[in-house]
Write a protein that binds this ligand. Structure first.
Ligand code: NBG
Length: 958
């Protein structure tokens, strides 16, 4: 029998159990496709297994020629099949599929079950004499409990999930189902590692840190997990043999977008680093049913669509229905006295349950996997006797259902706090469940609370979880019977607090009346904390009531009484930190000056970082390989400072040319992406200039647009000869505006309108393109960042706390045009100012310039472009008028006019430098080489040592 094409398959060598071959002949028989299974060991039931499998594949067995069965002999069986329409199966992909399915089925059939031996070479069970082999077998069966990661085992686990988890036909599943099945099978492996890591933590009982955050912007998990578990290539091959491409499947995953921007993404980078650094750490947050809204554009206007990320299930989480805590709201406090001690009893008017969902977070190059526990609100199982007994059964059920709204949606505004009751309830919901969980875990092996501060560190990611301070006090006093002094001593030793912004409008304050209503017992405790704090203050600074009023946790005077959450966090925390050097200095002089003067030792800096795994090694694999080949190995993925080793190759021509060709290939990928998202075709030979981040006036996307208009004017005014000398540019802007942020939405429309005009102007051609990429998120950043050549971080100095995308771009060899703000300052220190395009007023100049604004005359270039917009050069003149007003005259709070001329100068320098290919490439290499400091591993090590006081705790390798 002839073997058709590539249809010869070597059947698996599964411990000698099925060494046969499967041959599929599509050519030699006129009517039938012939499937021959050669040299299979005789085993009863084989024919049934084969015929069932063929039927499942939709094939008819028209005839069969089978060997006579005798025990111990190899047999050969031949099946003549047709497809559902009665024709021959000739398609190569179908043939391959039949072969793969039969191989797996026979393998399973002959191996009596689902545990397969490892391929030759990795398994020494077959060596040695009989006795030794028996002992080894025993040993292995005890030790070798982990799921196997060889290609066959991976395939089996994927197909099993298709059938048993998703209840789909194991021979027919689409890409999305393949993604899900693959993810479930990866999750199995994560669970093994998670379980062992948690067991190890329990055994060693080290001090642990809990990272409390209302936001975690995780993005996708499949590729990240495959890389971290070091099983990517086997999954890739396993899927390929099954007829699927991993690159396609990863695109099927919905981003977990449980965060707004920098703050949430930082929390996710920190989890990655805490796992990689082997820290005994957990993240705690909320499992929002709707994460960050999806942004769509209609005629250049932003529209917000709900993010249905859970609609098709989430294979990365583990629901823990038995890990649940009651969380109360409203009601009143009863006070009783026994033995002269007052006892406070909060009787909530509403109770809901918090149910845990665990999300395993694997580290890189470590067996550790840590946990992100997210809480979901469920109706309490306790009966609301009142309403049930009064007979309003349906109403009682409906009001219970409303409980679930607490975890339903992420607030999409990172600009101003919203005094919304639901938001306060979300915050309390998260910290109450978390602290109950933390206390319960602590009490597993402690009977008293004395050791609590030596066992627990609680990090507040911004003020959002600060209601945890009075909650811990309440738990210790009211639930566990400790006195105030002891409780406060414990509480003030466990919390530390990170500030992420100096913008006053973002500093959270809650009306006292609201806190009193929603959390009456907590309001009492806050008053008590404040009363004691003020006594202390008076001791320290005397009766300076103006200053005391400024520092008080309760804001009084002008309007409604408010609880200042930052002050509460400050008073209760042993440490407060800013997120970049300049920012940490600024908070000492501005928002927290009074506190700094009094308690300078509390203040620290922890410059942000990003995980170089997701943001370089995984999203830019070509660059990763080039870097590893130059540095000798991939140790830099763990110790990013090693990137310095690239400096000595910065002038090397061959290296430069490899560097450039990788950038070009990433630019081509980005150009495809731009076309797919916007319809605009861009030329990958242009300079790719990117500004992607939330739309905020202080981030000054408008400054960027104004300079693009200026560039457009220059192109229009140029002669054809002059145009030939110009550097073609593709300008990309992307980012979401908070739904209620009117100015930001107008700026988006302006970007789109300018883009419409410029992109369709035949005089301009490829010299300038401007696109707005909708729905900027983690996954799109993973394509945008590697393809960028210039990135813009141009906030008014003193406004951007740190910025983290600046770090991602720099790591990927993208040059920065920016102001001396946030982490730009330290990036300049590391990679050299001469390798960036720095412009604009400094943070110390800004207040002076603001004070002089009434006498200030903007440069004519600035006036011109603003006038152009006003005059309707891009349409929508009326709609853009408030945008123009905001930057004209005495307004212009963010000083666009003041920085405009210097910005244009920096932009000219960009063009001139870009023409010098070698120089540009050198600067690009030096950007990557100098970005070692900006690994979140470094940041986390500093937090661990200088704030949390915790040590690595790595489980033994399996
Ligand atoms: C943001 C800052 C960024 C900073 C991130 C992470 C908030 C409130 N702040 O500059 O604006 O990089 O936090 O620290 O989201």
């Amino acid at each position: 029998m002839a073997i058709a094409g590539d249809a010869r398959s070597r059947a698996p060598n599964a411990d000698g159990e099925f060494n046969g071959t499967i041959e599929i002949d599509t050519a030699n028989d006129e009517e039938y496709t012939v499937i021959m299974i050669r040299d299979a060991p005789y085993k009863p039931g084989t024919l049934r297994v084969i015929s069932t499998a063929l039927a499942d594949l939709g094939l008819n067995i028209e005839k069969a020629v089978v060997d006579e069965k005798k025990g111990g002999e190899k047999v050969t069986d031949c099946f003549y099949v047709t497809d559902a329409d009665g024709g021959k199966v000739v398609d190569a992909a179908d043939v391959e599929n039949i072969k793969i399915c039969l191989t797996m089925i026979l393998k399973a059939h002959f191996s009596h079950g689902s545990v397969f031996a490892r391929p030759d070479g990795q398994d020494d069970r077959r060596t040695g004499d009989n006795e030794e082999r028996r002992q080894h077998s025993l040993l292995y069966s005890l030790m070798d409990r982990y799921l196997k990661n060889d290609v066959m085992s991976v395939q089996e686990s994927i197909v099993n999930h298709v059938e048993y988890t998703m209840a789909r036909n194991r021979y027919q599943f689409d890409d999305f189902e393949a993604y899900q099945a693959a993810s479930f099978s990866v999750r199995d492996r994560l669970i093994e590692s998670w379980n062992d890591t948690q067991q190890h933590f329990r055994d060693k009982s080290p001090k642990r840190v809990y990272y409390l955050s209302m936001e975690f912007l995780m993005g996708r998990s499949l590729l990240n997990s495959l890389y971290n578990l070091d099983i990517k290539s086997n999954y890739s091959e396993a899927l390929q043999q099954l007829g699927y491409r991993l690159e396609i499947l990863v695109e099927k995953e919905r981003d977990a977008a449980l965060g707004n921007g920098g703050l949430g993404r930082l929390a996710s980078c920190f989890l990655d680093s805490m796992a990689t650094e082997d820290l005994p750490a957990w993240g705690y947050g909320i499992r929002y049913q709707y994460g960050m809204f999806r942004q769509t554009l209609h005629n250049g206007f932003q529209h917000e669509q709900p993010d249905y990320w859970l609609n098709f299930g989430n294979p990365w989480e583990i629901e823990r229905p038995y890990i649940t805590y009651p969380v109360g709201f409203y009601g009143g406090v009863s006070i009783s006295e026994s033995n002269g001690v007052k006892k406070f009893d909060w009787i909530p008017g509403e109770r809901i349950s918090a149910v845990a969902y665990d999300n395993p977070i694997p580290g890189w190059n470590t067996p550790n996997t840590i946990n992100l526990r997210l809480w979901s609100a469920k109706p309490s199982t306790e009966f609301d006797l009142e309403s049930f007994n009064t007979g309003d059964y349906v109403q009682a059920i409906l009001s219970k259902q409303r409980a679930e709204t607490i975890s339903s949606v992420l607030y999409p505004d990172d600009r101003t706090y919203q005094g919304k009751e639901l938001r306060l309830k979300q915050q309390y919901f998260m910290v109450s469940a978390t602290l109950q969980d933390v206390v319960r875990r602590y009490l597993v092996n402690h009977t008293k609370f004395d050791e609590f501060p030596n066992q627990v560190a609680l990090q507040l990611n911004d003020t959002h979880p600060t209601i945890g301070v009075p909650e811990l006090m309440r738990l210790l006093m009211d639930e566990h019977g400790l006195g105030w002094t002891k409780s406060w001593d414990i509480t003030s030793k466990v919390f530390s607090f990170t500030n992420h912004t100096v913008l006053p409008e973002a500093l959270e304050k809650w009306p006292v009346s609201l806190v009193e209503k929603v959390l009456p017992r907590h309001m009492q405790i806050i008053y008590d904390i404040n009363w004691r704090f003020i006594q202390e203050l008076r001791g320290a600074i005397g009766d300076d009531y103006v200053r005391i009023g400024r520092m008080s946790i309760i804001e009084e005077g002008t309007g409604e009484k408010m609880v200042r959450m930052a002050h509460l966090a400050m008073v209760a925390s042993h440490t407060v930190n800013g997120v970049a050097a300049i920012h940490s200095e600024l908070i000492k002089k501005t928002i927290f000056k009074d506190f700094y003067d009094l308690m300078p030792d509390k203040f620290q800096n922890k410059t942000n970082g990003v995980t170089q795994r997701r943001w370089l090694a995984f999203c830019n694999p070509q660059l990763r390989d080039l870097i590893s080949s130059k540095l000798g190995d991939d140790a830099w993925i763990r110790e990013l400072d090693m990137l310095r080793g690239l400096e000595k190759f910065a002038d090397d021509e061959k290296f430069q040319s490899e560097w450039r060709s990788i950038k070009l290939s990433n630019k081509k990928r980005l150009a495809e992406f731009i076309k797919e998202k916007t319809g605009t075709v861009v030329n990958p030979d242009s300079l790719f200039d990117i500004q992607v981040k939330r739309i905020h006036e202080y981030k000054r996307q408008l400054l960027n647009v104004l300079s693009i208009i200026h560039r457009y004017n220059a192109i229009k005014a140029a002669t054809p000869k002059e145009r030939e000398k110009m550097v073609p540019r593709v300008c990309v802007i992307g980012g979401k505006a908070a739904p209620g942020y009117d100015m930001a939405k107008r700026i988006i429309k302006l970007v789109c309108s300018v883009g419409d005009k410029v992109n369709n102007d035949p005089d301009v051609g490829d010299l300038l393109k401007l696109v707005f990429i909708p729905d900027y998120n983690v996954s799109s950043a993973e394509i945008i960042v590697p393809g960028a050549e210039l990135s813009q971080h141009i906030s008014t100095a003193g406004t951007e706390a740190s910025g983290t995308s600046n770090m991602k771009f720099a790591m990927n060899g993208c040059l920065i045009i920016g102001t001396m703000d946030g982490a730009n300052v330290e990036i300049a220190e590391e990679i050299g100012k001469e390798n960036m395009f720095i412009f604009g007023a400094s943070a110390t100049e800004v207040p002076i310039l603001r004070a002089e604004r009434s006498r200030y005359k903007p440069p004519p270039e600035f006036d011109n472009v603003v006038k152009q917009i006003r005059a309707g050069a891009f349409g929508w003149a009326e709609y853009f008028a408030p945008v123009c007003d905001a930057v004209h005259g005495g307004a212009d709070y963010y000083l666009l006019a003041n920085d405009f001329a210097d910005y244009l100068r920096a932009q000219q320098l960009v063009d001139a430098t870009y023409k010098d290919e070698k120089k540009w490439t050198k600067m690009s290499i030096l950007s990557t080489a100098g970005s070692g400091k900006f690994s979140s591993d470094r940041t986390i090590r500093q937090y661990a040592k200088e704030i949390w006081g915790i040590e690595p705790c790595r489980r033994p390798s399996p």
